[in-house]
Design a binder for this molecule. Structure first.
Ligand code: ACO
Length: 282
């Protein structure tokens, strides 16, 4: 992938991208369909994510939805009914494109990511919600695993996503009842990091994004990937992996952050690592 020319704005009609001081605000843009995920939206989102991964204007990715919805999940008409008639190969291509941006790419994205849940969040929307590193919801947002209401199971890896962040009782309860819950409840259950009044949602997300952007990007990337990877490892493998990553990241870090931070703490005595960031670029 080549470096972006830093002038073109990725996205188009179904996905809008706005840059602001290192934050890439990425908006699913089908408000008239409550941002339901169609095959075309998936394709556009995947190309946006490809472009932003190497675009220096994006140092933190925020995913949200236009209007009063984060996303009403997979598009029942375009993603399901209209693909029923496709042969297996074409159907697989549609499913793979959705999976690629919704969780596979997002889960191990090179930049930190935040899901900003502004409203409706149903079914397939749980994939990107969970695959983002952090999530902030409007207290007024409405979440639901509605699949049971229309006779299917939360597939497309939604149940895997839900089981990764919700406890078993809550995951089963909402999967089996299809009951909705609000942003406060989502925060209480650990499905999102916090919930704030909708009027403060963007401001709070911006604050959090700025904190993430202020950190050493190599350390940030390695830390978040490792945090996700070690979950499925035993203690021995995890320790080995983490030591290897620690050594690898020092080698890869163009800022040489560790040496710089040590010098600021041990020699210059200009900062306290427990309480603040080292001064980058020194
Ligand atoms: N797929 C396709 N179209 C959708 C979807 C969807 N998931 N969600 C909403 N739309 C469409 C509606 O069909 C309607 O289209 P129309 O104007 O052409 O008739 C338009 O978006 C607006 O929808 P309303 O239902 O009128 O909007 P309202 O604000 O009253 O309700 C709500 C919003 C609660 C999100 C409702 O649309 C809904 O229940 N959507 C489906 C939610 C769902 O179950 N998603 C999970 C799908 S399963 C999965 O993702 C695996």
């Amino acid at each position: 992938m080549s470096q972006s020319d830093n002038t073109a704005i990725p996205g188009g009609k179904l996905v809008l991208v706005e840059f602001e001081d290192g934050i890439a605000w990425v908006t699913l843009n089908r408000p008239e369909k409550r941002n339901a995920i169609s095959p075309k939206l998936s394709d556009e989102m995947l190309s946006v994510m490809n472009a932003l991964e190497c675009d220096e204007r994006c140092r933190c990715l925020v995913i949200t939805g236009a209007g009063d919805s984060y996303s009403a999940g997979m598009d029942l008409k375009e993603f399901f009914r209209e693909t029923d008639r496709l042969d297996a190969e074409h159907k697989a291509a549609v499913v793979r494109s959705a999976a690629e941006w919704q969780w596979r790419r997002l889960m191990y994205y090179m930049k930190p990511s935040i899901a900003m849940v502004n409203g409706w969040c149903f079914g397939g929307a749980f994939n990107s919600l969970v695959a983002c590193d952090l999530a902030i919801a409007a207290e007024e947002a409405t979440f639901g695993l509605s699949e049971i209401n229309w006779g299917i199971i939360p597939a497309g890896n939604v149940l895997k996503a839900v089981s990764a962040v919700m406890n078993q009782r809550d995951a089963l309860y909402y999967t089996m009842t299809g009951e909705t819950f609000d942003g406060r409840k989502a925060a209480h259950m650990g499905l999102v990091n916090e919930a704030v009044p909708r009027a403060r949602l963007r401001e709070r997300t911006r604050e959090l994004a700025k904190v993430l952007i202020s950190k050493n990007p190599t350390a940030m990337r390695t830390a978040k990937h490792a945090c996700k990877r070690v979950r499925s490892m035993d203690w021995e493998d995890s320790q080995d992996y983490l030591f290897a990553k620690l050594e690898q990241m020092q080698f890869l870090d163009p800022e040489k952050g560790r040496a710089s931070a040590m010098s600021q703490f041990l020699d210059k005595k200009t900062f306290r690592p427990g309480l603040q960031n080292y001064e980058r670029g020194r």
